[in-house]
Design a protein around this ligand. Structure first.
Ligand SMILES: [Zn+2]
Length: 249
C-alpha cells in the first residue's frame, strides 16, 4: 500500500475529532466542471457577473437563463466514490463533521448527514421579499411556466435557490458551525479545495493554531501545502476508496 494512504488512514484512525472540508474538486469526478476551469456554461457566461446578487435583482431573466440549465445539469450527476467514502467515515463515527463549499447536494445524496454547506445549496427556492420557501421541483416548475423564465413568489417577487450568490451574505448559521467544527478538530482532511475562498481558506489555519493536524487531498496547489502532515495530489475517489480499505472494518 502507498505510504501516503497509510499515513492518511492512520491520521484519521488516531483522531478524536476529525473534520472533512470539501470543495469543487471532489465533484469534478462526478462530471461537474469546476467554474475556475474551462468548459460549458462558464464559457458562455461570466460566473462572477451572472451568478451575482446584482444580476438577480436587475436582470432576473438573464440570471435564470444561466441558472435554470445548471439546476438540471447538477440533478443529472451522481455522487462518486469520494462522496460515498466520506459518508461511510461519518457514519462510522471517524469523521465528526463535514463542511463543504459545494452547492450540488452530492454529499447528502451519498448519505452524509449533517452537511455544513457554507455556500448554501440547491435545497429549496426562496423569496427574498417575504421569505416564502418552495421545493426545488416547484421552483423549476414556476421557472419553466413563466414567459421570461423567472420563477415568482405569490407576492410577485422573483425567487432564487438557496445557492449563495456573489455579493450575497453567507449563511451565518453554516459559517458559525464551520468555525466551531474547525476549533474542535484535531485533524482536518481537505478534499478537492484549493482553499482560496473565505471562509474556507481560514479554517485550516484555525485547526493548526490549536495544535491540530492537516491532511490535503487536492490536485492543485494550496497555500497550506507546506504545513500539512499528509499531502496527496491524486484523484479523490480512488484515494478515499483506498483509505477506507486501509481502515478496515
Ligand atoms: Zn414573496
Amino acid at each position: 500500500m502507498n505510504a501516503d494512504i497509510r499515513a492518511l488512514a492512520e491520521l484519521l484512525a488516531d483522531a478524536e475529532n476529525a473534520v472533512v472540508l470539501t470543495g469543487a474538486g471532489i465533484s469534478t469526478e462526478s462530471g461537474i466542471p469546476d467554474f475556475r476551469s474551462a468548459g460549458g456554461l462558464w464559457e458562455t457566461y461570466d460566473p462572477m457577473k451572472v451568478a451575482s446578487m446584482n444580476t438577480f435583482m436587475d436582470d432576473p431573466s438573464l440570471f435564470w437563463r444561466f441558472h435554470r440549465p445548471r439546476i438540471d445539469m447538477l440533478g443529472s450527476v451522481e455522487p462518486n466514490a469520494a462522496h460515498r467514502a466520506v459518508a461511510a467515515l461519518q457514519q462510522r463515527g471517524i469523521v465528526k463533521a463535514l463542511i463543504t463549499q459545494n452547492i450540488d447536494r452530492l454529499h447528502s445524496r451519498a448519505g452524509s448527514d449533517p452537511v455544513i454547506e457554507v455556500h448554501g445549496s440547491l435545497d429549496r427556492g426562496y423569496c427574498l421579499r417575504c421569505s416564502t420557501a418552495v421545493s426545488m421541483d416547484e421552483l423549476c416548475a414556476r421557472a419553466d411556466s413563466a414567459e421570461d423564465g423567472v420563477p415568482r413568489c405569490t407576492c410577485g417577487f422573483q425567487m432564487k435557490s438557496g445557492v449563495v450568490l456573489f455579493g450575497e451574505q453567507m449563511p451565518m448559521e453554516a459559517i458559525e458551525a464551520a468555525y466551531d467544527a474547525a476549533e474542535r478538530a484535531d485533524v482536518m482532511l481537505v478534499i478537492g479545495s484549493s482553499l482560496q475562498v473565505t471562509p474556507v481558506s481560514q479554517l485550516p489555519g484555525v485547526v493548526l493554531s490549536r495544535g491540530g493536524r492537516l491532511a490535503i487531498l487536492t490536485e492543485s496547489e494550496t497555500d497550506y501545502d507546506h504545513r500539512c502532515t499528509v499531502r496527496i495530489h491524486e484523484k479523490a475517489g480512488p484515494t478515499m476508496d483506498a483509505v477506507l480499505e486501509a481502515l478496515g472494518d
